[in-house]
Write a protein that binds this ligand. Structure first.
Ligand SMILES: Nc1ncnc2c1ncn2[C@@H]1O[C@H](COP(=O)(O)OP(=O)(O)O)[C@@H](O)[C@H]1O
Ligand SMILES: [Mg+2]
Length: 411
């Protein structure tokens, strides 16, 4: 399954919707470069996520036959690395010398948060000496530590995509996919995306995957928004063919790496049926787990960067070694177990405390000796239950918990 955000990523600059001003100013900057006289050697594209910053650069490169060297600033732990990677790319000619090149440095704002501030100055130096256009991308470029970069670069601001533009873009995708989809639903999706076209397209794909695109599906899916996001992230992770794919799989997912690890871990045995491939995948997950534990225990945040490739591309590579069958993703049992029992435990605790207060007992005694009777009354005699609820000061959720009959009453 290829994510629609990738499938419909603009191939040409003219396919980048919205942000006309930004596109224009990017093109005029790029034109200066191709004429050999750029007034600024770098451009800094900034603005919210999912509005086409990366897409514009890739489309331009594609249309003009440029090779893109794409790097992520969060991978640079040291100034040295910046020089090694970007510096080298900015000087070297391509092997054949025929193709030109453009450098795309994503997540530049990540450099500002680093304890090692050398990264920014190294990047500045690279920009001063570059023979190749360098595009920096950031969500928020206003950190004090990025001041130097702002000065050196042509600033190009991207804004959220207008709702009407989002709707018409979604319509085009529906048409291409042969889907019927009412305006009302598309508007709702656009509304929720808040001008983030990537998330709008992801939502559309998730909704389409349920088979019917209607108001109702939308309502049903509404409160499961996070689940949908995670399922499409999982699909992308298990199909990642490059480190970049792996990173893209997690883009825009509002979940910490530890939880995502749990999702991947629990789904791996389902997804990989070949025993050798499975062993290999688990080996990588074990290594990722080690890095995760060390990251927090030793406060070595730099280790974090090894986790994503291992749990996405690493697992996917193992999976692709053997023929695969289609398997659905499922909710991690550990997470489900924890949240189920957490609710249960908290509920018991609250109820027992209230009983204990009224009956002058310890909470554990209240739970063991009084509660079974109360629960029996609640599930058999609504009228009595109402009176008792008042007496014990139970709230609605507690009443319905008691009325449902207790699943387990251990304490
Ligand atoms: N302006 C746009 N025009 C067309 N597609 C877009 C646009 N913005 C985002 N998209 C879609 O969303 C995906 C992610 O966009 P991207 O360019 O990576 O956003 P950004 O770099 O601003 O976070 C793209 O692959 C594309 O499918
Ligand atoms: Mg991007």
């Amino acid at each position: 399954m290829i994510p629609w955000t990738e499938k419909y990523r603009p191939k040409r600059v003219s396919e980048v919707v919205g942000n006309k001003e930004a596109v224009e100013s990017f093109l005029s900057w790029a034109k200066q470069w191709s004429a050999g006289k750029p007034s600024k050697k770098a451009a800094l594209l900034y603005g919210p996520a999912g509005v086409g910053k990366t897409s514009l650069v890739l489309a331009y490169a594609n249309e003009n036959g440029l090779d893109v060297v794409e790097v992520n600033a969060s991978d640079f732990r040291t100034a040295e690395k910046v020089e090694q990677i970007v510096g080298l790319a900015s000087q070297q000619a391509t092997i054949t010398g025929l193709r030109k090149r453009i450098i795309l440095v994503d997540e530049v704002d990540g450099l500002a948060g680093k304890e090692d501030v050398g990264g920014v100055s190294a990047l500045l130096k690279v920009i001063t000496n570059t023979r190749v256009p360098i595009v920096l991308v950031a969500n928020n470029p206003w950190d004090q530590r990025l001041a130097g970069l702002r000065e050196k670069a042509q600033l190009i601001e991207f804004k959220r995509i207008h709702k009407a533009t989002v709707v018409s873009h979604l319509k085009k995708i529906c048409a291409a996919e042969g889907l019927k989809c009412s305006d009302e639903v598309l508007k709702e999706i656009a509304d929720r995306s808040n001008g983030d076209l990537r998330s709008a397209i992801n939502d559309l794909q998730a909704i389409a995957a349920t088979g019917t695109i209607s108001r109702e599906t939308l309502n049903v899916l509404g409160y499961r928004l996070r689940d949908r996001e995670i399922f499409s992230a999982l699909a992308a992770a298990f199909n990642a063919k490059s480190v970049r794919d792996g990173r893209l799989a997690l883009e825009g997912l509002d979940m910490d790496l530890q939880s995502f690890y749990q999702w991947v871990f629990d789904n791996t045995p389902e997804q990989i049926s070949d025993i050798d491939a499975l062993a290999e995948a688990l080996e990588r997950l074990a290594r990722a787990d080690m890095h995760l534990q060390r990251t927090t225990r030793l406060q070595r945040w730099g280790l974090m960067k090894y986790v994503t490739p291992l749990i996405t591309t690493g697992v996917a590579a193992a999976k692709h070694k053997a023929p695969t069958k289609f398997a659905k993703f499922s909710f991690p049992s550990k997470i489900r177990f924890m949240s189920n029992t957490r609710n249960d435990r908290e509920m018991r605790e609250r109820i027992a405390t209230k009983i204990a207060a009224k009956c002058h007992l310890s909470t554990s005694k209240a739970w063991r000796e009084i509660l079974p009777f109360i629960a029996f009354i609640f599930s058999h005699n609504g009228a009595k239950a109402r009176g008792m609820a008042k007496f014990f000061d139970f709230d609605k959720s507690e009443v319905s918990y008691l009325s449902s009959g207790l699943k387990s009453s251990k304490k």
